[in-house]
Design a protein around this ligand. Structure first.
Ligand SMILES: [Zn+2]
Length: 277
């Protein structure tokens, strides 16, 4: 099998021109001389003959890059070497080229290394930025959660307070009269024209009291008697009288509908409630 290979492109001074070795040419050439390996024979060929005789070897590719359009300029010594021992010169050029390639590879590797390094730096910067962004996001999430938690705590606290107040109210409302009324003492039932009903009774301490019946309807029951004659007692929802005569007098001025003394508080209470139908 015939091996054809372009080994180098060289040039020389016009005065030192050489003969083209292409078959039947023998023209003098000095620029873009193609050194060709043609079936184990080295030949120096002019560019025109090369184009015609070796269309399969494209000088325009890597060898042009390597030697330039006109070829590597040869010194007189090298030219002599070309004429005497083409093979040796080609070997020398090959070495030269290899060294050049080596340097070029190093240069490219260095460029790649720098590119990688700056890519890595960019990536690092992106990661750092992303990390900071996520940290900031996490912080704001934590802050939002903290605020939500704080809000819930406030709501829970308020709810507890309200529940406590409700319990206290319930407790106050539910405190049974049996806890404080002396059941053995007589009591007065009093129903007035303003719609209110009262029981005058005596507590276990022997104090006279005025008990407004169904006070739930009268939110401001504590204001229904002046403090100079009666003191509202929230725990029993009754008035402890300072002056029971005055207090009764004030109530009676509102118009008496019914008034009667009973042997016990319970009787009086029933009468105050029962006659209202
Ligand atoms: Zn020729």
């Amino acid at each position: 099998m015939t091996e054809r290979r372009l080994l180098a492109i060289v040039s020389t001074e016009k005065d030192n021109r050489i003969r083209c070795q292409h078959q039947g040419c023998n023209h003098p050439v000095y620029s873009a001389i193609h050194v060709v390996l043609d079936d184990s024979q080295l030949k120096v060929i002019g560019s025109t003959c090369f184009k015609q005789g070796y269309p399969d070897l494209h000088s325009k590719t890597d060898l042009t890059d390597r030697f330039g359009e006109k070829g590597r300029k040869l010194s007189p010594d090298e030219l002599e070497k070309l004429m005497r021992n083409t093979e040796q010169l080609v070997a020398q050029l090959e070495e030269e080229y290899k060294a050049h390639i080596k340097a070029e590879k190093r240069r490219i590797a260095e460029i790649e290394r720098q590119q990688q390094e700056s890519a890595q730096q960019r990536l690092h910067a992106i990661i750092q930025h992303e990390t900071q962004r996520q940290e900031a996001m996490l912080l704001s999430q934590q802050e939002a959660e903290r605020r939500w938690h704080e809000f819930n705590e406030k709501v829970a606290k308020k709810t507890t307070e309200l529940a406590l107040i409700a319990t206290q109210r319930e407790h106050t409302r539910m405190l049974p009269t049996s806890n404080w009324v002396n059941p053995k003492k007589s009591a007065l039932a009093l129903r007035l024209k303003d719609g209110t009903s009262w029981v005058r009774c005596e507590d276990l301490n022997g104090q006279q009291r005025l008990f407004p019946v169904e006070t739930l309807q009268y939110e401001n029951w504590t204001l229904s008697l002046p403090t100079r004659c009666a003191q509202a007692d929230l725990s029993t929802r009754s008035f402890i009288t300072k002056n029971v005569i005055d207090a009764l007098f004030i109530l009676r001025t509102r118009g008496v509908q019914f008034e009667c003394v009973f042997p016990s508080f319970q009787h009086a209470l029933s009468a105050a409630k029962g006659d209202r139908h």
